[in-house]
Design a protein around this ligand. Sequence first.
Ligand code: SF4
Length: 396
Amino acid sequence: MRDVTTAPTPVDLDVQPTPLALLLLGREADPRSERGVECPGDLPAPSDPDLVARARAAKERLGDRVFVLGHHYQRDEVIQFADVTGDSFKLARDAANRPDAEFIVFCGVHFMAESADILTSDDQAVVLPDLAAGCSMADMATAEQVAECWDVLTEAGVADAVVPVSYMNSSADIKAFTGRHGGTICTSSNAERALNWAFQQGEKVLFLPDQHLGRNTAVRDLGMSLEDCVLYNPHKPNGGLTVEQLRDAKMILWRGHCSVHGRFSPESVEDVRARIPGVRVLVHPECKYEVVEAADEVGSTEYIIKALDAAPAGSKWAIGTELNLVRRVAAAHPDKEIVFLDKTVCFCSTMNRIDLPHLVWTLESLADGKLVNRIDVDSETEKFAKQALEQMLALP
Ligand code: SF4
């Protein structure tokens, strides 16, 4: 089995950069997810030929005081410095298992660093190398919007029957809302278990913030119909729903999505099947329902990595998830044909904000005794968010 967590030479996956992807990359074209934050210090120039040596030296100076986490969707230039790689929940747990580390440097996005802060002790500092690295999906559900939604459900007379289930990809505020109302967090690996549990506690689920994961799990895994699901649009009065619709629905899906996985279409699947006879299409459950239906397999990032590790030599795969991961996994398995599902680039623009200059600046600042970019969730939010996370850990 090859290790996909190290940084191999990128392979050419026959994809073309789109002007949109380049525009989004750190140009504040997406201020909601980039949070409009400039780096508060002097970033080294990206052209500095000593960046790798500087990162290595700063990390060595810090020794065991620092623990660097790298999400699967991070760039190779950053992943090479990660002590551990994984999806957001695995990384938060890994951080909690290193209570001796004074600094947890999270190479990922804002909500992930919040989760790590919730699960680590107060005397550990969680640091996000670029505060502008948000997540467009997490930012599609704000605390105010979700509180208003709960008022709508209360006025419709259904709130008592509703159990909130929130995807890990949500802010600490939304996790706390979930804990306050007796719900649970889920990941893309345990969403089915979370929904089964929730339907034992109540008659309806409010699923936040990813409509696609909610719909895919409810319909494909729990056997509901598409008509059992309604879409709550926070930008419309009463979510754009009537009282009858809210009373009849089993799944109330928040109108949020991942801008990366939302770009795959059934046409991408058709196209790759025509180009590569015998290809197996494997997609992430954040993809649209029609895409998941058209695919051969669906699974979380960890599932995708394991499936490709276990696939026989010579097999052909088209993968529908973030491009940094697909490139790494393809380079780790030269004996298999692994292509990216779409013809255009699908990087996560905010994940990509964490680059080598930001990592060098962060590590050097910490080594010089300057705590920068700390992510600190307040204790009240932390208490209820932790309750929802612990409920997930206790899922049957
Ligand atoms: S890939 Fe999608 S869900 Fe993940 S951080 Fe990027 S925008 Fe958010």
